[in-house]
Design a protein around this ligand. Sequence first.
Ligand code: XMP
Length: 513
Amino acid sequence: PVLVVDFGAQYAQLIARRVREANVYSEIVPHTASVADLLAKDPAAIILSGGPSSVYAAGAPFVDPALFEAGVPVLGICYGFQAMAAALGGIVAQTGQREYGGTAVEVTQAGTVLAGSPDAQTVWMSHGDAVHAAPEGFEVLATSSGSPVAAFEDRTRRLFGVQWHPEVKHSPLGQKALENFLYEGAGLAPDWNPGNVVAEQVERIRAQVGSARVVCGLSGGVDSSVAAALVQKAVGDQLTCVFVDHGLLRSGEAEQVEKDFVAATGVQLVVVDAKDRFLRALAGHTDPETKRKIIGREFIRVFEDAAREIVEGSDESVEFLVQGTLYPDVVESGGGEGAANIKSHHNVGGLPDDLQFQLVEPLRTLFKDEVRAVGLELGVPEAIVWRQPFPGPGLGIRIIGEVTAERLDILRAADVIAREELTRAGLDRDIWQCPVVLLADVRSVGVQGDGRTYGHPVVLRPVSSEDAMTADWTRLPYDVLAVISTRITNEVPEVNRVVLDVTSKPPGTIEWE
Ligand code: XMP
């Protein structure tokens, strides 16, 4: 793999993704890994990421100069560039001039990484220190007003560095620079793609589970669906999927799982109709945290019973549970197997100890967009592959107030109209998600035909986001909003008002509860 050494900023995952977009497989390693640790992974190339420190600050992450003697091509980015310069005897100093944002650089010599670049270009910078003198053996390729040495290379030793962030889209030629490093600098072929993962994972899953039984909880979301489809391809009917229908899904979603997904993949599916059980448990509760806890608790109980029944029918001693853990979860929990396992256990809500499952996590090396590509490759229905994020507690936290069967029907009717119109307007890929929220305890006066109505408002909450950590409200076209509003108030008799949520996150969360 290409190893991306993470110096502690947000950028390492982005770099790893861009490398994969260049069709070269990459993995992230913490900066605390020793040179021996890195070399043990037999890296084809190494990229040192940016980071928040100053190389001369006490306790700043350090790059062992031995790394540069190993014969592995290395690209330093921002902090990684400065750390490389410092480790090899260059001069890094405070310029007194912080460069932040779009910055003009002058390319004095294209070299390897900047081949095909114009002499003047705009790049994305974010740094306080700067490299003043390149180490011996390096040629300077670019300068900017705040960075006397903004890029350098030592072609003989295959060491390269740029002060800016080629991985962000605000560096228009950044992807080209990364590809130059990978293809020309490191001599790698662009032969990896998410589809390759299928064959490799199928082998791994077979080796891991042997002839044992495997269970998987299907939620209707992309991660659990693609994980299940992969395991199905690997071990066929040794896998049984469990779909707990808690009655809090949106219109059409249960059918997507029960009919379309099964038809497309051939998985054995156990459907547990737990709608009444969830409604009974939720009756009388209005507090959001209480509702979330009830839904989580009931889910575990129902899933556990179903899983136990499947396991009891078999005589194998080792049983497995499929989890749709993704690479960002693995990286964020430290990358170690142990840490990631604890976190993924939490994803199913903490299964009890007497259910001794081992985990099968076939997506743990993949980013979300790659999971989608794998899903398409496996024939998972597009409606599932492209499904927008939907919370585990479902519509239960989109009804503000008590959850009842009647209120669920009202919300489902309004929600499906909003989704239909957003799809019709071609906006599905432009928005992150658009919760529709029923203000069930609020009533407002309206007039329809000749009569006064006294109905409920629904809220449209369209948001744009990269990762759901922050979000902005999406400026949907007024005519699309108008159609949604007209249709909902005409077609859903209990709703006589549609309002738009224009709050970013922070301060608002995406969901209302
Ligand atoms: P908030 O409302 O915290 O939501 O801004 C951030 C993202 O997470 C989703 N969400 C959940 N997903 N279980 C989930 O699997 C949950 O309990 C849950 N709560 C919120 C939400 O839809 C948004 O994408």
